[in-house]
Design a protein around this ligand. Sequence first.
Ligand SMILES: *[C@@H]1O[C@H](CO)[C@@H](O)[C@H](O)[C@H]1NC(C)=O
Ligand SMILES: *[C@@H]1O[C@H](CO)[C@@H](O)[C@H](O)[C@H]1NC(C)=O
Ligand SMILES: *[C@@H]1O[C@H](CO)[C@@H](O)[C@H](O)[C@H]1NC(C)=O
Ligand SMILES: *[C@@H]1O[C@H](CO)[C@@H](O)[C@H](O)[C@H]1NC(C)=O
Ligand SMILES: *[C@@H]1O[C@H](CO)[C@@H](O)[C@H](O)[C@H]1NC(C)=O
Ligand SMILES: *[C@@H]1O[C@H](CO)[C@@H](O)[C@H](O)[C@H]1NC(C)=O
Ligand SMILES: *[C@@H]1O[C@H](CO)[C@@H](O)[C@H](O)[C@H]1NC(C)=O
Length: 259
Amino acid sequence: MHPTLLFFPLLASLFLLCRRTHAECQPATCGDLTVRYPFWLGGPDLNRSSSTTSCGHPAFEVWCAGGVASLRGSQILVLGIDYTNSSFVAAHKRVAGGTDGVCRTDLNISSSLALSPFTISSRNRAICFLYYCKSTVPSELGVVNATSVCTRPIYAYLGGSYDRDKPPAIQAGNCTYSYLPVLEAPVNLTPATNYDLLFKEGFLLEWQKNGFGDCDACNASGGQCRYSNDSAAFACVCSDGKQRGRKCTGEYPLAYPLR
Ligand SMILES: *[C@@H]1O[C@H](CO)[C@@H](O)[C@H](O)[C@H]1NC(C)=O
Ligand SMILES: *[C@@H]1O[C@H](CO)[C@@H](O)[C@H](O)[C@H]1NC(C)=O
Ligand SMILES: *[C@@H]1O[C@H](CO)[C@@H](O)[C@H](O)[C@H]1NC(C)=O
Ligand SMILES: *[C@@H]1O[C@H](CO)[C@@H](O)[C@H](O)[C@H]1NC(C)=O
Ligand SMILES: *[C@@H]1O[C@H](CO)[C@@H](O)[C@H](O)[C@H]1NC(C)=O
Ligand SMILES: *[C@@H]1O[C@H](CO)[C@@H](O)[C@H](O)[C@H]1NC(C)=O
Ligand SMILES: *[C@@H]1O[C@H](CO)[C@@H](O)[C@H](O)[C@H]1NC(C)=O
């Protein structure tokens, strides 16, 4: 047999191996959404125990169900990602999922995002909702009746730029209140405001671009962007199968082997 014929299966299997690991973390789509680093397509069936690297930081794991993307199957839906500005438009299922969202505004979205690396952009406006009002109806200027189809009275107030640590300054009186970010706020709220539409258009979240590795530099050097669970950091996986901290050229492999 000719020596090259012996080599061929070896080369072919090496090629397939490379192809497979390469394809794993390639940009994917979910509906109209392109999911690429730092986001990555995971899912409930992912075998997490079989690997110490994943395609990205756990917080950026997107599950895709029926063309709808969510952060790890949570209530936070991912509607659009702006990779240049490191921001994405999200919506909260509880208020954006039906036709009576305004009746289900009894949550502060920031508390459901408390542990994530994302911040709610100050490009959002804050909308306040007042409910369970005891005895008095809130009379502050700008407070509108948002009761519509709800079984209990709800009042709304449009605040300024969203600030998680600084709720809109409003006399909540004897009411319970919540405040939610919306990206496409109207100039004024009126009794006819369509809150469902505002919630469905979502709100803007931002991430620190340099906090999750420089994928462009890694990719340009021929590597694949991954997240190493062992070092809890970005890892650039190179053609030699080893990880570098940043890119494949001019750097020594990290101490952590790829498993
Ligand atoms: C990744 O690291 C976390 C925290 O150290 C640990 O709880 C988890 O089991 C690890 N996952 C894998 C797949 O090794
Ligand atoms: C997940 O991976 C581990 C380690 O490779 C393996 O033992 C286990 O059988 C796998 N589980 C499934 C459901 O594939
Ligand atoms: C990206 O950010 C810049 C500067 O903040 C802004 O002007 C631009 O509109 C943003 N692009 C998108 C698509 O939001
Ligand atoms: C929302 O946040 C405000 C200010 O932190 C707090 O007073 C209020 O109780 C919260 N509302 C809900 C429904 O958690
Ligand atoms: C608010 O609107 C609801 C119907 O949408 C109405 O039943 C209620 O009387 C209104 N409340 C006030 C204080 O105007
Ligand atoms: C809150 O309710 C109490 C009685 O329940 C009333 O005395 C008080 O004036 C109310 N405060 C406001 C700000 O409406
Ligand atoms: C890496 O670069 C290739 C070729 O330019 C491109 O097709 C691919 O989408 C890039 N991958 C990522 C994760 O940016």
